[in-house]
Design a protein around this ligand. Structure first.
Ligand code: NAP
Length: 283
């Protein structure tokens, strides 16, 4: 018997990973959902999944939560700026508990990525190299879901705004990345996976939005500063506007593109397109 644990199990990716572990035949009682709010994990508990409460800030609770765990999926924290400290706590607790394999949701192209958010992923990857057990790097591509917020404004204005130029994004549906994580964890072999689906330009995304909404949508490329200004004028909070503009500048340099077949191999099928995610979101 192998006991699996998943952090962030009440979040989108963690929940998808737990569901995929179950679909792939792992008994619920062999899965530990590590959560910070047990109330959000009631459906997991009802399914028989073992729910343990352990915020990333609580080393003692993490140590208790990971007792008896063989393989851990460490879903990266959403709190930029605190991730490395939080991940350090999880990895230290896992080492103390004798966890044999940690799979970590990093960022596609992390070692060379120009994106600011890659820093903490690189730091976490370095921690894993010294953790004492085996590790699997799941370098996740951008979620297609990240672009759903653009759909209504783009269809209303007939233009998708951005600053990515002709840069391409090998995105993926979050649920497919969760499924891939489960497959890699069950396999358990140390590996580095660059995980992306069909590579798309912003012009491709604009065309998909047009198709889905029955409108004509073109991509309008702006200088990075102008794009940030346009986001601010549309009411986007300052920090988010800066983040989105910086991300587009990185996309223009290829930061979120990959031609790796790893996602297809882990899924055993062709990963979905942005149009697929868009269709599901509107169904
Ligand atoms: N590749 C991409 O495009 C992309 C986009 C967004 C995020 N990400 C990264 O991928 C991760 C997973 O994505 P997601 O969509 O599943 O995110 P999500 O839905 O926001 O889920 C994040 C999970 O982390 C848990 N969490 C947050 N702070 C915690 C803490 N201090 N201690 C313990 N648990 C904590 C949350 O618990 P609660 O349910 O209690 O809040 C939730 O279960 C994110 O956390 C982020 O690092 C990647």
């Amino acid at each position: 018997m192998t006991t699996y644990a998943v952090t962030g199990a009440t979040g989108g990716l963690g929940a998808a990973a737990v569901a995929a572990l179950r679909t792939k035949g792992v008994p619920a009682s062999d899965i530990v959902a590590v959560v910070r709010d047990a109330a959000k994990a009631e459906s997991l508990a009802a399914d028989g999944v073992v729910v343990r409460v352990a915020p990333y800030e609580d080393p003692d609770a993490l140590a208790a939560a990971l007792t008896g765990v063989d393989r851990l999926l460490l879903v990266s924290s959403p709190t930029i700026g605190q991730r490395t400290a939080q991940h350090t706590n999880v990895i230290s607790a896992a080492a103390a508990a004798g966890v044999a394999v940690i799979a970590y949701t990093s960022l596609v192209n992390a070692p060379d990525s120009p994106l600011g958010l890659a820093d903490e992923h690189r730091e976490t990857e370095a921690l894993l190299a010294d953790f004492g057990g085996d590790h699997i790097l799941l370098r996740n591509g951008w979620y297609w879901e990240n672009f759903l917020a653009n759909v209504e404004p783009a269809s209303a204005n007939g233009a998708l705004l951005g600053a990515a130029g002709t840069g391409r994004v090998a995105g993926a549906a979050r649920a497919e990345l969760g499924e891939a994580a489960a497959a890699a964890l069950i396999d358990g072999t140390p590996a580095v996976y660059e995980l992306g689906g069909p590579s798309s330009s912003y012009a491709d995304l604009a065309a998909a939005i047009g198709d889905a909404t029955g409108t004509t949508v073109v991509y309008r490329d702006l200088p990075v500063g102008d794009y940030r200004e346009a986001l601010l004028e549309a009411g986007t909070p300052e920090g988010l506007a800066a983040f989105l503009a910086e991300t587009d500048a990185g996309i223009a340099q290829g930061a979120l593109d990959t031609s790796s077949p790893s996602l297809q191999q882990l899924l055993g099928r062709t990963p979905g397109t942005f149009a697929d995610t868009l269709r599901s979101s509107r169904a």
